[in-house]
Design a protein around this ligand. Structure first.
Ligand code: HEM
Length: 391
């Protein structure tokens, strides 16, 4: 029988069965149902190549609207194709160019130092909450929005991401999104009235679509939030750092301030590969197609299983072990490692924030490795999306 995975995702989270086999016997694809509709679930390098083939796949309406509107917002880049998508993507790539990434890193270091000065040198009891605030303050300053209501806004941005996992959290996320879109729209209007500048809020406020028209305020607000919200979400990876360091105590010195940058980077990559965050991604077939004996009709969903791809036994040795050494001197190829999507960042939907996340994780790994008490939970609940360590 074809499994309905919507319900499984809600109740079993990352343990949703299809394609999670640990052996190399894993099938190339599985037929599933999403909200009652047939879909094809693919994984691994080959599956990712199919998923990111823009000739074959479209993103329009791929993520069910109730989910997309809550997590990303109405009119978001995630559902665009072709030249509309490329124009919108340019906003993000401009804000997250090399200088933008350096600025993200500087703001995170500053915000982290402020927290240490305030609360002292120890891993906070509630590391996830503390990191979301540190990263939220940093992201809002980076975007050019200053410190106004920064903590409350950071909590709302986290509530939006938390909305993925359960009906109660979803409702809280919708309310938080309404509040966030209101202040983001105000920020866009103020930037349109005010001074020019290179801060991301100004970049978004002055951006035009592929017809040369300014983005509607509501859409610009959604894109401004697309630049800020995911920076707060790096707290999910950051919260795994103490757990990862306890799994591999032999790496503590290598990644602390006396260690080396390459080890720190490898450790961050392995955190993004090993610990789950985004479970799967969605596209729709542009035309009827056939793949490994499965027929996919035009308009049907094709899903890329992110976690199964990052743990593909055909690609990764001991995929379920935390082994940062696998990334020493090795940068992952575009379709084998997809915690933030795969393929080409300019032409496809790969995450434009990936270089910033690599830098932020570098800072968090180094700082958390240096703190004297590396306490914190030793496990996480794999049935909860998004995952984070729990006591
Ligand atoms: C926790 C860290 C992050 C994770 C796990 C993550 C993951 C992802 C994933 C899986 C996608 C979708 C790829 C696809 O649809 O093919 C994506 C897209 C995107 N991400 Fe991230 N991301 C993170 C951080 C960031 C940051 C820091 C930013 C910006 C500052 C950002 C901005 C975006 C945007 C704008 C898109 C849409 C790209 C498009 O549709 O072309 N993300 N991200």
């Amino acid at each position: 029988m074809t499994p309905e995975i919507s319900w499984q995702l809600l109740t079993r989270g990352y343990l949703t069965e299809p394609l999670m086999a640990e052996s190399s016997e894993r099938p190339a694809a599985r037929r599933v149902r999403v909200l009652g509709r047939p879909a094809l679930l693919v994984a691994g390098d080959e599956g990712a190549r199919l998923f990111y083939d823009t000739e074959l796949m479209s993103r329009q309406g791929a993520v069910p609207a109730p989910l997309s509107d809550e997590i990303f917002g109405v009119g978001t880049i995630h559902g665009l194709d072709g030249s509309a998508h490329r124009h919108r993507k340019a906003i993000h790539l401009q804000s997250l160019d090399d200088a933008g990434v350096v600025a993200v890193r500087e703001q995170v270091v500053r915000s982290w130092r402020e927290r240490i000065d305030r609360d002292g040198e120890q891993v906070p009891e509630q590391l996830f909450g503390s990191l979301s605030e540190v990263l939220g303050v940093a992201a809002l300053r980076w975007a050019g929005l200053g410190d106004v209501d920064a903590i409350r806004r950071s909590r709302d941005l986290t509530a939006i991401v938390e909305g993925l996992g359960s009906p109660a959290r979803y409702l809280r996320g919708r309310l938080a999104r309404r509040r966030c879109e209101a202040w983001a729209a105000d920020a866009v209007r103020a930037a349109r009235r005010g001074v020019d500048g290179s801060a991301p809020v100004n970049v978004v406020a002055s951006a035009v679509d592929d017809q040369g028209c300014l983005l509607p305020v509501e859409v610009a607000a959604v894109e401004l939030l697309n630049l800020i919200r995911p920076q707060v979400a790096v707290a999910y990876f950051g919260a795994f750092v103490p757990l990862a360091l306890r799994t591999r105590p032999d790496w503590v010195e290598r990644v602390g301030s006396g260690g080396d940058a390459l080890s720190c980077r490898a450790f961050g990559h392995e955190i993004r590969r090993h610990y789950p965050f985004v479970p799967m991604l969605a596209a729709r077939a542009r035309e009827d197609l056939s793949w490994h004996g499965h027929h996919v009709r035009r308009g049907q969903r094709v899903l890329l299983h992110v976690v199964a791809t990052n743990h593909d036994p055909a690609r990764w040795d001991h995929p379920w072990s935390f082994r940062p050494e696998r990334f020493l001197g090795y940068e992952p190829a575009p379709y084998e490692f997809v915690p933030q999507g795969g393929g080409n960042v300019e032409r496809g939907h790969r995450c434009p924030g990936e270089p910033a996340v690599v830098e932020v994780l570098h800072v968090l790994v180094r700082e958390l490795a240096d703190l004297p008490h590396r306490r914190g939970p030793l496990r996480f609940d794999a049935s909860r999306i998004p995952a984070r360590p729990s006591a």
